[in-house]
Design a protein around this ligand. Structure first.
Ligand SMILES: *Cc1c(COP(=O)(O)O)cnc(C)c1O
Length: 249
């Protein structure tokens, strides 16, 4: 399999230009948004070509796939690979916390304290740290992962559940909560997607005001079909696969 860095460079510039335009429409700085190139299902050779094309943040949704791919990419690229950041973006099962702790640089889908505790133990053993996003479900779709925050504006129990997960996680060695991650519902009007993203931003603002330090939280939201809306609504990280690499096999 070969992947043409020239084609990837073109797609990368096109996505970066759309991110910049969306940021400007919202009065935000384009460099406030990190593009995470989602390489799940694609081989290490594609990641190496994407690196040559200028990409530096890569996203995988399964811990085992990340654990296999990262060392392969590192051997293809050699020392250059040290400026890559690897994002684990998918839900993690408790028996997969070791590969996650050993190979992820950022985790986007924390949703349970049990996972946080196991990750913390594995991180201590590996002598690593892992910034995390807590995944929240704003749409109320039962098939979506994430902590249920679908009625957070009116439901104090949902807010308290999130606050407790964030505080308990941040007390664990090796873990820090840096923000919230969400997925938009499928097959709905852009206005509904925008509403989910804007409510997620407000939830992050509320949460930041409840935490010691009150530092602003980051927002991981937006994929191929909705990343421009996400940037307009405050995303600091967009997770884009198909717009860069085409349909997955
Ligand atoms: C696959 C995936 C993406 C990227 O999806 P595209 O539609 O290819 O842009 C983003 N986030 C998560 C959690 C994913 O699993």
């Amino acid at each position: 399999m070969t992947f043409d860095p020239a084609v990837l460079r073109e797609r990368h510039s096109a996505v970066m230009a759309r991110i910049a335009a969306a940021a400007e429409r919202a009065g935000r700085r384009p460099d406030a948004v990190t593009l995470v190139a989602v390489t799940k299902t694609w081989p290490a050779e594609l990641v190496a070509a994407a690196y040559e094309a200028g990409m530096r943040h890569f996203g995988e949704n399964r811990a085992e796939e990340l654990a296999e791919k990262r060392p392969r990419v590192e051997s293809l690229l050699g020392a250059a690979s040290s400026d890559i950041t690897w994002h684990l973006i998918g839900t993690l099962q408790s028996r997969k916390t070791r590969p996650a702790a050993e190979h992820a640089d950022v985790f986007h889908a924390l949703e349970r304290e049990k996972i946080a505790r196991r990750l913390s133990g594995e991180l201590a053993a590996a002598n690593r740290r892992l910034p995390c996003f807590v995944e929240v479900n704003l749409s109320g779709e039962p098939t979506k992962s994430g902590l249920d925050c679908s009625r957070w504006e009116v439901d104090a129990t949902e807010r308290e559940g999130l606050r407790k997960l964030v505080i308990d996680t941040s007390e664990l060695p090796g873990l820090t909560v840096v923000g919230l991650m969400t997925m938009a519902p499928w097959d709905v009007e852009p206005a509904v997607i925008r509403d989910v993203f804007s409510r997620t931003r407000k939830l992050a603002e509320w949460l930041a005001s409840e935490l010691p330090g009150r530092a602003p939280l980051q927002l991981s939201m937006g994929m191929t079909d909705d990343y421009e809306i996400a940037v307009e609504e405050g995303a600091t990280h967009v997770r884009v696969g198909r717009a860069l690499f085409g349909e997955r096999a």
